[in-house]
Ligand binder design. Sequence first.
Ligand code: SF4
Length: 182
Amino acid sequence: MRVPEIEYPEFREKVERFDSSFREYNFCKGIDGGCCKANVSMVYGDKKIISDALARGDIKKWVVKRAQRRAKDPKVTQCPFLGRDKKCTIYPHRPVHCIQHGNGGIPLNVDEDIRAMAKGSKATIKTRDLGTFSCKDCALAVDGEAEVPAEVVLKSVFIRSNVSRKPSTPLNTFILRELPVS
Ligand code: SF4
């Protein structure tokens, strides 16, 4: 079954709604910024969200300048926007791929899961049956026997599927080439 592709504003709104509705199932333990790797994929809409926030002053110039220094530093292997406290410095404006991280992974049998959700089923999935987690530290901290509603897992499937079908730019490239600050 194919996950429908939708335009960015609706996509982001839906992703944020998923995220706020299922906070209790967010697997992210915020361990040492583990899933905040360099070069997260960004789609065009993600870039506009950050550029607009910078223009409004909602993202401070020093945050971008710091990120640009980090993006140029070969010793920095994590995301340039990751703060000293291991929290995201642009959290409300983070790319949709980052919002997906909190869900940890995708189910091993995506089609079956999507079919269950399409029927309005109350199906659940064990966390040990989820596919690759974005962060190995969080994966280790999760109870494999814990059950989450299949609908929650749709968040990951939906985001990954939509992001992979849109043209994307690595976050570090965006910071250095497309986000000028004076
Ligand atoms: S933008 Fe924020 S949430 Fe996304 S990888 Fe960077 S620090 Fe992590």
